[in-house]
Design a protein around this ligand. Structure first.
Ligand code: SF4
Ligand code: SF4
Ligand code: SF4
Ligand code: FES
Length: 588
């Protein structure tokens, strides 16, 4: 990239040609307020006018997020004209905004409030008519409140970039414009896969997860036997909510906090992940040996399952019939665990802490229940857990470490931990499939070919003389490539891992927001690196475990010996497997 010379606030800098003023200023250490611009131009509509600056060669003020730098350009951020214009832009946004900040779940992480503060904008400067609004709370995963929307378009672009889906768009015209699924439908009545990627980029409270904190409170007050399980990705990100650096592993503090919050038992979903691998690896080998439907595709990401049901109903027989790890664990807790401990399963209330908004929908599926009892009763996101901890006055950073409960279930191997990142399920499954096929442990359990963040990863392994070809995709835009191959009848693979969110669960739609304006001490390019940092934390926990393959988990071995008999047994199918259904793309 060629370099050019510019001045910002009278000081000379050399910057890359082709940058916008906003990018150049950021690279030189200046903060220009911005709202609609996001992530290296992932969204750059120039619509909010919060980034206005003066620049030589331009007529009047320019939007820094879309205006490119030019040789010799002099940029002024701090002139009275620019600061006053930016303040007015924010005041105009606030004039058409439902400003109930105290009741708003986004308070504390709201970028509109942040720019109001740094521009000195008043919320009562302009008073007038407000755009008619929609409040959509039908979906169990996401709430959409257009009274908080600033029409920045970030969600629209994220849905397109991550999935090629374009669920959200600008509906209606002029002053009545809102952001919504087509025809202002509910998320629940559109082919939205409920992944929450749009939620994770929304700067305001217009898109939020549907909170289940009150349901958990009620179950505790009602004297239920409330137990909790936590997904692997949660421990790699929860610390960020307490100002710890991205990628800090907070497993022990998280367990301590959950115990203080009053949960009767604190389990690790990784036990469920080990169980999933036992079932999934057996299912794969059975399909390979008995001419079953191949490639087999993983089924632990409910966002991906939703996508398959809406868009690729003809390929549903390719999905593994395994429930996802937290659902498997819930089913085992309400059967085996209750039986062994004399607990009435009707009294047990299972809470899952997940990095995912789609899991809130998943747990409501009628097929994910046993004897009329849902496997899991409530799902809280990582962000909701942080809220619970903060509300309770717990000083998270100062908490000592505690251990998960592991009385008869809950122990886990390194294979379970890496489920939280793209490629992890594949690596874990291959560790066990290799043992089942060859009778020997892999000499090297790290399968680097399926690690990393390439959109599609491929590998081939020869096990007991058989060549097993595998592929890994994350985000539906990448998954579509592999699915279209299957549809066309030319997929070379035996086994495919698909995760709904780009990067896998570590970057799920329920994880802490990664917004550079709230992370002053992180790298400038944090949006490029946060996935790697969180994934590294999980790989480090895997490396630290003495047992790193699911079939070596002693409690899983005992569970089969004492209860399930063997992987894919009749009992295992009753408790641990599920079915899928083609869904209409639009439901009236
Ligand atoms: S979105 Fe932000 S400004 Fe709007 S009510 Fe919520 S916290 Fe306040
Ligand atoms: S939840 Fe996912 S699929 Fe649905 S609108 Fe948001 S980004 Fe798109
Ligand atoms: S819903 Fe959020 S991300 Fe989408 S346009 Fe509105 S404010 Fe922007
Ligand atoms: S951030 Fe530049 S116009 Fe919105």
């Amino acid at each position: 990239m060629s370099k050019i010379n510019i001045k910002i606030e009278g000081i000379s800098y050399e910057v890359e040609a082709g940058m916008t003023i906003l990018e150049a200023a950021k690279a030189c250490g200046y903060e220009i307020p911005s709202l609609c611009a996001f992530n290296h131009g992932e969204c750059s509509k120039g619509s909010c006018r919060v980034c206005l600056v003066e620049a030589t060669g331009a007529r009047g003020l320019v939007a820094a997020c879309v205006y490119p730098v030019a040789e010799g350009m002099e940029i002024t951020i701090s002139s009275p004209k620019a600061t006053s214009a930016r303040r007015t832009s924010v005041e105009l946004l606030l004039s058409n905004h439902n400003k109930n900040c105290q009741q708003c779940d986004k308070n504390g992480k709201c970028e509109l409030l942040h720019v109001a503060k740094i521009t000195g904008a008043r919320d009562d400067m302009y008073v007038g008519e407000q755009t008619p609004t929609t409040f959509d709370q039908i979906s169990p995963s996401i709430v959409r409140d257009t009274s908080k929307c600033i029409l920045c378009g970030r969600c629209v672009e994220r849905c397109k970039n991550a999935h090629g889906l374009g669920i959200l768009g600008f509906e209606k015209r002029g002053f009545n414009t809102i952001v919504a699924p087509a025809e202002d439908r509910s998320f629940a009545k559109s082919p939205c896969i409920l992944c929450g990627q749009c939620v994770s980029v929304c700067p305001t409270g217009a898109l939020m997860e549907a909170s289940e904190i009150d349901r958990v409170d009620e179950a505790m007050k009602a004297g239920k036997y409330v137990v909790v399980q936590t997904a692997p990705a949660v421990r790699a990100a929860l610390g960020e909510e307490f100002d710890m650096p991205i990628g800090t592993l907070v497993t022990g503090k998280m367990v301590s906090a959950l115990k203080r919050l009053g949960f009767k038992k604190v389990f690790d979903t990784n036990f469920g992940a080990d169980l999933t691998i036992m079932e999934e690896a057996s299912e794969l080998l059975d399909r390979i040996e008995n001419n079953g439907k191949l490639p087999m595709i993983t089924s632990c990401s409910p966002g991906w399952v939703n996508y398959a049901e809406y868009q690729y109903g003809d390929l549903l027989p390719h999905l593994s019939s395994c429930k996802s790890p937290h659902q498997m664990f819930g089913a085992i807790l309400k059967s085996y665990y209750c039986e062994k401990n004399g607990i009435d399963p009707k009294d047990m209330f299972v809470v899952s802490i997940m990095p995912c908004t789609a899991k809130k929908f998943e747990k409501e599926r009628p097929e994910l229940s046993v004897n009329g009892l849902a496997d899991v009763d409530a799902v809280l996101t990582t962000r909701e857990l942080a809220k619970l901890i903060k509300r309770s006055g717990i000083n998270f950073v100062k908490l000592p470490d505690s251990e998960f409960d592991t009385d008869i279930v809950g122990e886990y191997t390194g294979a379970g931990v890496i489920f939280g990142t793209t490629g992890g399920v594949m690596e874990a499954a291959l560790r066990t499939a290799a043992y089942k096929l060859t009778g020997e442990e892999l000499a090297k359990v790290e399968l680097n070919e399926v690690r990393g963040f390439a959109g599609i990863k491929e590998a081939s392994y020869t096990l007991a003389g058989k060549e097993i070809k595998v592929a890994v995709a994350h985000g539906m835009r990448n998954a579509k490539v592999l699915l279209d191959q299957i549809r066309a009848g030319n997929s070379p693979y035996h086994f495919i891992e698909i995760m709904g969110c780009p990067g896998g669960c570590i970057a799920g739609g329920g994880q802490p927001y990664v917004k550079p304006c709230f992370l002053p001490n992180e790298d400038a390019d944090i949006l490029d690196t946060f996935r790697e940092k969180r994934a590294k934390a999980l790989y480090s926990e895997d490396a630290s475990k003495a047992l790193r393959a699911s079939h070596k988990n002693p409690q899983i071995i005992a569970l089969y010996e004492n209860y399930l008999e063997k992987p894919n047994s009749h009992k295992a199918h009753e408790l641990l497997h599920t079915t899928y259904q083609t869904r209409e793309k639009y439901t009236k």
